[in-house]
Design a protein around this ligand. Structure first.
Ligand SMILES: CC(C)(COP(=O)(O)OP(=O)(O)OC[C@H]1O[C@@H](n2cnc3c(N)ncnc32)[C@H](O)[C@@H]1OP(=O)(O)O)[C@@H](O)C(=O)NCCC(=O)NCCS
Length: 348
């Protein structure tokens, strides 16, 4: 039974007023402080921006749980409906409730809204990721019959621990490969002329392990890339992408990309790194990583740490990252919930 003083309201980040936006920001910072206690707080504009600027290929439905008496947000739930061809059976969601308001039925009430959208959209499988340091998420998901399907970590490299000898070794090995490949650094949006090739190269990410997740491979399109680029620009996030182009065939052989939020110049997010199957086992990923690291060190004087998300089963990527000095920072579990189980739990 939900606490009687709580009201669940649809949340539209495009129309929220100033006082609502402030309350939402206080809530969001509260939740972020639980997960990332050492990270700085976000401004109102950043919080609302992250919920507002999502690519058009995602249909984001969200709700906030309000304590009317205190004019305070105590919970938020959302579900993302992907408007693309693959995985029409799936949607991802999340629910957060502030610690002192847990165990009062608020999570369940938010789940009810999420499940109603999933049902309307014929999404039979729901995906959610929980922080392994917060056991309440695991207990809640087990209660509704979820299956733990993928273990992952956020790994972090403190730049003072970076093994520069290794970086130099990978770069000098790369110099020998430079006869066969051009190395190109792109700052900002992908070049229009390369969008088709870039979309295809992104598809290589489908070869990364997904363990027990029941997901089909995702095909990136030129439109997806353009939509993502527009969001990054709106959020004030800059991206550097480094490509390797086969000099003989003109094919893109591999890429690595890093993202930096201009509000936090000391931190970079290492995004995707992928090398096409036919170009593997030649040291291309190490060359890309080595070149990108050396470029960042030279041109980002405020940079202190690099973060990246890796599946625990991604042995190839972890080997590269660990040898550079990346260490586990946070651990995550990704769960799958059958819609029928969630409906059963809610008594619907
Ligand atoms: C997970 C979370 C959203 C649950 O919110 P909540 O408002 O406390 O959940 P509810 O009060 O609606 O509880 C729903 C059910 O889970 C059970 N439950 C929730 N937390 C529990 C806990 N810590 N221990 C035992 N049972 C728990 C409740 O007993 C209830 O079961 P019932 O329906 O049989 O009575 C909240 O703990 C949270 O914000 N955690 C951090 C974020 C997170 O992990 N989110 C991912 C989950 S989608």
């Amino acid at each position: 039974m939900i606490n009687q003083n709580i009201r669940i309201k649809e949340l539209d980040p495009h129309t929220v007023g100033e006082s609502e936006a402030t309350a939402l920001n206080i809530f969001d910072n509260r939740m972020r402080a639980e997960q990332w206690p050492l990270d700085p707080l976000r401004s109102v504009a950043e919080t609302i921006g992250h919920w507002r600027f999502v690519p058009e290929y995602l249909d984001l439905h969200q709700w906030a749980a309000w304590s009317d008496a205190e004019k305070k947000v105590v919970g938020r739930g959302h579900i993302n409906i992907g408007r693309y061809e693959e995985n029409p059976h799936m949607a991802d969601f999340d629910i957060d409730v502030i610690p002192e308001m847990r165990r009062q039925g608020i999570g369940k009430a938010l789940l009810r809204r999420i499940v109603a959208v999933a049902r309307r959209e014929n999404r039979d499988l729901l995906l959610v990721t929980t922080d392994r340091d917060i056991p309440a998420g695991r207990v809640f998901l087990r209660r509704l019959g979820a299956r733990m399907s993928l273990a992952s970590h956020t790994n972090q490299l403190d730049l003072s621990h970076l093994d520069m000898t290794l970086v130099d070794k990978w770069r000098s090995r790369g110099l020998r490969l430079a006869r066969s490949f051009d190395l190109v650094l792109r700052e900002g949006a992908y070049p229009e002329g390369n969008l088709e090739a870039m979309a295809e190269l992104k598809g290589v990410m489908n070869t990364a392990p997904t363990d027990a997740l029941e997901l089909e491979a995702f095909t990136w399109t030129v439109d997806h890339l353009r939509q993502e680029d527009r969001c990054l620009i709106s959020l004030g996030v800059e991206r550097w992408t480094m490509f390797l182009k086969d000099r003989t065939t003109g094919e893109l052989a591999g890429f690595t990309e890093v993202l930096r939020d201009r509000h936090y110049p000391d931190t970079v997010e290492q995004g995707h790194t992928a090398v096409s199957l036919k170009y593997r086992n030649r040291g291309l990923a190490q060359w890309l990583k080595g070149e990108m690291l050396s470029r960042m060190i030279k041109e980002m004087p405020q940079l202190k740490k690099i973060r990246t998300a890796n599946a625990d089963s991604n042995a190839a990527m972890l080997r590269i990252n660990r040898s550079l000095g990346f260490r586990p920072l946070k651990s995550w579990s990704t769960w799958q919930v059958d819609l029928d189980r969630a409906l059963g739990y809610l008594g619907e």
